[in-house]
Design a protein around this ligand. Structure first.
Ligand code: GRF
Length: 202
């Protein structure tokens, strides 16, 4: 299954997806990496891995609608059937999500539905949770609220900082994102009426 990966920066989750997809048995292929910011580390990493890249710069688009039209074109031109948001920092409109309904995945650095939005590690520490983690979910029109595909939990240590906690969570992100993409590409997990259905289960 051809996949487009959308990034805004470092691209470590993108790199994990590219690495997983190098296995000939992996059911998805990363056909294009698209960044909304020029000059990101992720673009360089993708280029080094021999993956085609594109920049759709939101700052060069007068309106959000024009940005999203350009983004949709860059995705559709690549032949991608699935889209992975990987540290992609633009919120997509309901219209955009509807155009690719059920085919957009996102990785979020918290155990959703806790800590939607930004600064999740700081907020987890402030809240004093004992367990934190990450979530791969299908994107719907509501931010960080679509059906959950896979989650991973990590313990929070008494002396954790946002940086140390983030590193522990990130290692799990790099593990579960390729697993979730593979499951969706194989049809083992799929969204039906806003919930995830596991193949073989009613
Ligand atoms: C990750 O923690 C991801 O979950 C969050 O932003 C970070 C992006 O990191 N949405 P990277 O660009 O994948 O390295």
């Amino acid at each position: 299954v051809p996949v487009a990966v959308l990034i805004s920066g470092r691209g470590s989750n993108m790199a994990a997806l590219i690495e997983a997809a190098r296995d000939p048995a992996y059911p998805a292929e990363i056909v294009r990496v698209i960044s909304n910011r020029p000059g990101t580390q992720g673009l360089q990493t993708a280029t080094d891995a021999g993956i085609e890249t594109a920049v759709v710069d939101h700052k060069a688009c007068p309106t959000k609608a024009e940005f999203e039209t350009a983004l949709a074109t860059a995705i559709e031109d690549s032949g991608a059937e699935l889209i992975c948001l990987a540290g992609f920092m633009r919120v997509l409109s309901a219209d955009f999500v509807a155009r690719f309904a059920g085919r957009i995945l996102n990785i979020h650095p918290s155990l959703l539905p806790a800590f939607t939005g930004l600064d999740t590690h700081e907020r987890a520490l402030t809240a004093g949770v004992a367990v934190h983690g990450c979530t791969v979910h299908i994107v719907n029109a509501e931010l960080d609220a679509g059906p959950i595909l896979i989650q991973a939990a990590v313990p929070v240590a008494a002396d954790d900082t946002a940086a140390s906690l983030s590193a522990r969570v990130l290692a799990e992100e790099h593990r579960i994102y390729p697993a979730a993409l593979a499951a969706v590409a194989r049809g083992d997990l799929k969204p039906v009426n806003g919930r995830i259905v596991r193949k073989g289960l009613a």
